[in-house]
Design a protein around this ligand. Structure first.
Ligand code: SF4
Length: 153
């Protein structure tokens, strides 16, 4: 039986990005040979629409999850609860299916593993995790970004 791999929906080819697009990973076929892929988009799971106004973290994921910061979209609307709901739903899936590893899209305020945007909507990245990546990390899931794919194949 193949191992299960949670994968950001956009990397699996779902059109779930904020702009309605997808980013199917070039090694998707190789991944499929080796893993049972479980695609999830936490932002859709949290109730945000697609397309949607892009969001950025206004504090670290740890601070936001402890109520000391927010996620806001480019129009200034507070989307923190949708981000936390999406992350919670993703953790539910991980527990339900006993998933141990995840391949997540870096840079995303939900899925970012090594970096996120700095909250100024100016295209500047900083070191940090997205909300879902942070919750999955706390859950003990082994997370890889798309740039770390070689470690999975
Ligand atoms: S939340 Fe994650 S899966 Fe959904 S579009 Fe953003 S990076 Fe992709």
């Amino acid at each position: 039986m193949k191992e299960k791999l949670l994968i950001s929906g956009c990397l699996a080819g779902l059109s779930c990005r904020y702009d309605g697009g997808s980013l199917p990973h070039p090694s998707l076929d190789d991944l499929k040979m080796q893993y049972d892929l479980i695609p999830v988009c936490p932002e859709q799971a949290g109730g945000l629409s697609t397309p949607r106004i892009p969001n950025e973290l206004q504090a670290s994921a740890t601070e936001i999850l402890s109520g000391r910061g927010k996620v806001k979209n480019q129009a200034g609307e507070d989307c923190t609860q949708q981000f936390i709901r999406g992350a919670t739903e993703t953790v539910y899936i991980v527990r339900l299916l006993e998933i141990k590893i995840a391949l997540l899209k870096d840079g995303s305020p939900s899925c970012g593993k090594n970096r996120v945007y700095d909250g100024s909507f100016s295209g500047k990245s900083i070191t940090g995790r997205g909300i879902t990546a942070e919750m999955l990390h706390k859950e003990g899931v082994d997370i890889y970004s798309e740039d770390e794919m070689d470690q999975l194949l």
